[in-house]
Write a protein that binds this ligand. Structure first.
Ligand SMILES: CC(C)(COP(=O)(O)OP(=O)(O)OC[C@H]1O[C@@H](n2cnc3c(N)ncnc32)[C@H](O)[C@@H]1OP(=O)(O)O)[C@@H](O)C(=O)NCCC(=O)NCCS
Ligand SMILES: [Zn+2]
Length: 205
């Protein structure tokens, strides 16, 4: 391993990078280069966190996750297994990322066209949103707060706050309360969730 770069010093699997908090859990088979990880976060087997990635507090970073330098992950975020979070992806607090969902950051990639960072497009996932298993998020979009992306959907446009989208291409089919018990119709009027009594989600934005 790395025999052509004998002077390269790399952290080893399971080691705590300099400056990282003791309260971070790193599985002995994870490879964490970034010290910017918040208190209480757990990072599981075969995850790789690059040196300039930022992760907040109390996150759960599943096995086989890759978090690139430049990516930002907020607090209390669940990153299920097998997800890659690229540079220019920003994830706010309380977001749930379902297993093997896919982010992108190059809108029209060509292997033979070399690009600079400014040629890539950002993706924003706002507070409390959920992205279902295996969904694909085409770059350059914003997923609104508490929005919900159904499993396997291909998201090509911005999703409004509380928006529930499914399918390929993903279409808005309603609005989902943050408690998930109540679905509001597309043409919904003012009201409140009978379960959690939250006011009509649209009135909060
Ligand atoms: C979207 C979801 C929450 C269901 O929401 P819902 O409001 O109860 O939706 P319904 O089951 O009433 O379905 C409404 C319509 O959308 C369709 N639909 C539901 N989920 C869909 C999906 N993921 N992709 C495509 N269409 C979907 C239904 O077939 C139905 O279509 P129809 O009106 O033609 O019959 C659920 O299907 C889903 O995808 N959950 C995510 C699961 C997941 O990824 N978990 C990750 C952790 S393990
Ligand atoms: Zn509710």
């Amino acid at each position: 391993m790395f025999t052509n770069t004998p002077d390269l010093k790399l952290p080893t699997l399971g080691s705590m990078p300099d400056g990282i908090l003791d309260s971070v859990f790193i599985h002995h088979l994870a490879f964490v280069e970034s010290p910017n990880v918040g208190s209480g976060t757990r990072i599981w087997e075969f995850a790789h966190v690059m040196s300039k990635a930022k992760i907040g507090e109390n996150c759960n970073i599943g096995g086989h996750v890759f978090i690139e330098s430049g990516a930002k992950v907020g607090n209390h975020v669940t990153v299920k297994n097998g997800i890659s979070i690229w540079d220019l992806v920003e994830i706010e607090d309380d977001v749930f990322l379902g297993p093997h969902m896919i982010f992108t950051n190059d809108f029209m990639p060509r292997s033979f066209l070399k690009k600079k960072r400014e040629d890539f497009l950002p993706t924003f996932v706002k507070k409390g949103a959920t992205i279902g298993a295996g969904a694909v998020i085409v770059c350059g979009i914003t997923i609104g707060q508490y929005a919900f992306v159904g499993a396997g959907s291909v998201v090509t446009k911005n999703i409004p706050p509380y928006g529930l989208v499914v399918g390929n291409p993903a279409r808005l089919i309603g609005y989902l309360c943050q408690c998930t018990k109540t679905k509001f119709a597309l043409n919904m009027q003012a009201g409140e969730c009978p379960h959690c009594k939250t006011k009509n989600p649209l009135s909060k934005i």
